[in-house]
Design a binder for this molecule. Sequence first.
Ligand SMILES: Cc1cc2nc3c(=O)[nH]c(=O)nc-3n(C[C@H](O)[C@H](O)[C@H](O)COP(=O)(O)O)c2cc1C
Length: 161
Amino acid sequence: MSALVVYDSNYGNTERIAEAIATALSEAGHDARVEGLHGGQRPQIPSDVRLLVCGAPTNAFRASAAMNGYLRGLPPNILAGINIAAFDTRMDLSKAPWFLRIMANLFGFAAEKIARRLARLGGKPLGQPAGFVVTDMEGPLADGEIARAQAWARTLVAANS
Ligand SMILES: Cc1cc2nc3c(=O)[nH]c(=O)nc-3n(C[C@H](O)[C@H](O)[C@H](O)COP(=O)(O)O)c2cc1C
């Protein structure tokens, strides 16, 4: 299966997760490419891609502006026949002020919203959206999150077989 991992990243944490996911997909025998949105041009979805994985930092309870722009720019039904999966990075809010925790409960995180948009474009969801935790605004990732991302990628492969 040919896979494309599209990510946005302000401080490099989501990029690390994207690379880890692509590595796990490659190790499982798939042709996995990674493309960041910060380069200016929008990644195309090559015709051989059968799995599109999109990931972004959670910014104000949703995906970053660059990821939202990318998703908005995809034409209707472009993901018909393509498996999709979504992930985000997010803060560990367990020690955040109570009102932030309540707002996060109410308004959520980026991954679910990315997954919904990918599905509206015709994609077939593989597995559950996933969130990976940073310990502070600019990172680093919490211990074990790279391994968890690779394990999550393997669940996508399993769900596809
Ligand atoms: C403007 C801004 C808004 C943010 N809003 C949220 C939020 O609503 N929920 C959350 O969990 N983290 C939030 N964060 C923290 C980001 O999720 C964190 O910076 C990001 O996961 C780091 O990944 P990156 O290095 O790929 O940018 C916010 C960060 C910024 C800069």
